[in-house]
Design a protein around this ligand. Structure first.
Ligand SMILES: Nc1ncnc2c1ncn2[C@@H]1O[C@H](COP(=O)(O)OP(=O)(O)OP(=O)(O)O)[C@@H](O)[C@H]1O
Ligand SMILES: O=C(O)[C@@H](O)C(=O)CO
Length: 419
């Protein structure tokens, strides 16, 4: 029987949660997209990574239910819907519709909403989500190209995109420990709530909520909750180093591809291009020129072989991004940039590039899909939430970095931890 079956709404989110499970000693495998019916896997946890975060809600629901079916056939003890620690979604979804569909399919009445990840500055107080001490709607997330977050209240965000009522287990209860959280959840259920936002301020709260949800069939949230759950299972775990061995990076020809426009990625790109060869992506050419990716490929190949991997980046500041989106349309611009990265990654892989350091969840999704990698072994973490991963079916290593994760020198750190 498998312990935990996880459905992740993007690829960096999937490696993020898998990395925390492995760091706690759970053997974990990540499968990209819903796998074949007959695929056999042996692991404590399986993460199915989807690229469903910004699809139309009905598509996201259909993909998530397919993933759930696959996991149910493997008799998972618990199911986890992993979304972003900054609750990336719109009033249409997809967190609400997918959660509703999973609750219905599993015949459950209540689940938790817990995007907290204190180690990366995501905390929840009175149901409000904070990013490094700043309310979500005042953080860089208000400028997100696809899912701008303009409210910080998780109950309101959840109710706007779902069918039920959302309550809050406050930090006073969480501070009292797992039994108090369980009682608060029971009380919310008795009041007819379908979702309960769990306050989490620090690593002690992470451990508490991890224990408190042990009996729930379905939980939802970020990798902090999974970290807490894994810590509650330490009785049956293997050695973390052994759990990460299969995912250790093995490549020799790296490239950095950055399609995230987050504040942190902007800082990382700024630091890296000071010292490494770097090429900005021209969005107009992504929109209009079918051969543009070939040109970027030629440039990248010429720059490989030096001390630092070449960087190709679409990353830009909020003002420039706003101008591009007003002129060309946000969806069209995003899609064109993603297409270009997808094609570039494919050309690079065909030419022997074996190590991809990628910034941005959507960008990572398109890179992984265009490489056609079916799954990953999870390796050691470069930064909290960003492990090295190794393709199961070919000698390619990747670091898929969520937009806001890692420190300013992340691209250097990744290469230093390659050997
Ligand atoms: N210069 C640009 N102009 C328009 N769109 C861009 C530009 N640069 C990147 N994009 C698009 O912005 C989106 C960024 O999303 P992505 O998920 O890759 O990063 P992120 O949201 O910061 O990361 P995460 O989801 O991990 O937090 C992508 O669709 C990308 O193609
Ligand atoms: O939870 C996070 O912040 C990340 O794993 C993520 O989902 C970014 O896309």
């Amino acid at each position: 029987m498998m312990r935990l079956g996880i459905i992740a709404d993007d690829f960096t989110g999937a490696t993020d949660i898998a990395g925390f499970l492995v760091a706690n000693g759970l053997s974990t495998i990540q499968l990209n997209g819903v796998p074949d019916k007959d695929l056999q896997v042996q692991a404590d946890a399986v993460v199915i990574s989807l690229k469903s975060r910004s699809n139309p809600p009905d598509e996201a629901v259909a993909m998530s239910l397919q993933a759930l079916d696959w996991l149910r056939e493997r008799n998972c003890e618990q199911f986890f819907f992993k979304y972003c620690s900054t609750f990336d979604s719109t009033a249409r979804g997809n967190i609400g519709p997918v959660t509703d569909a999973l609750l219905d399919a599993l015949g459950e009445e209540l689940t938790v909403i817990c995007p907290a990840l204190p180690v990366n500055g995501r905390t929840i107080y009175n149901g409000y989500l904070f990013v490094n001490g700043v309310p979500l709607a005042e953080s860089g997330m208000r400028h997100h190209p696809v899912t701008p977050m303009t409210d910080s209240n998780l109950m309101r965000l959840m109710e706007a995109q779902s069918r039920g009522k959302c309550g809050n287990v406050r930090s006073d209860d969480v501070a009292q420990g797992p039994e108090a959280v369980k009682s608060a959840l029971e009380a919310l259920k008795a009041q007819g709530m379908r979702y309960a936002v769990l306050d989490v301020l620090n690593s002690r709260d992470v451990a508490t909520v991890g224990q408190a949800v042990a009996g729930m069939k379905l939980v939802t949230g970020g990798s902090g909750l999974a970290d807490g759950m894994a810590k509650a299972w330490t009785d049956r775990l293997s050695d973390p180093e052994q759990a990460a061995a299969a995912g250790k990076p093995s490549g020799a020809r790296p490239v950095v591809l950055s399609g995230s426009c987050s504040q942190m990625t902007n800082a990382q790109v700024a630091a890296y291009k000071e010292e490494a060869p770097a090429c900005p992506v021209d969005v107009v050419r992504c929109l209009t020129d079918d051969d543009y990716a070939d040109e970027l490929f030629a440039w990248t190949r010429d720059q490989q072989g030096g001390d630092l991997a070449p960087l190709v980046f679409a990353t830009t500041d909020p003002d420039t991004l706003g101008r591009i989106q007003r002129q060309y349309g946000a969806e069209q611009a995003s899609a064109a940039v993603e297409r270009t990265f997808g094609r570039l990654a494919k050309l690079l892989a065909e030419d022997g590039t074996d190590t991809f350091i990628v910034a941005g969840g959507e960008t990572s999704g398109v890179v992984v899909q265009s490489l056609g990698v079916t799954g990953f072994h999870i390796g050691p973490q470069i930064a909290p939430g960003v492990p090295w991963v190794r393709a199961v079916d070919r000698p390619i290593s990747l670091a898929l970095k969520s937009g806001n994760f890692g420190g300013p020198r992340f691209f250097f750190d990744a290469q230093e931890r390659q050997g």
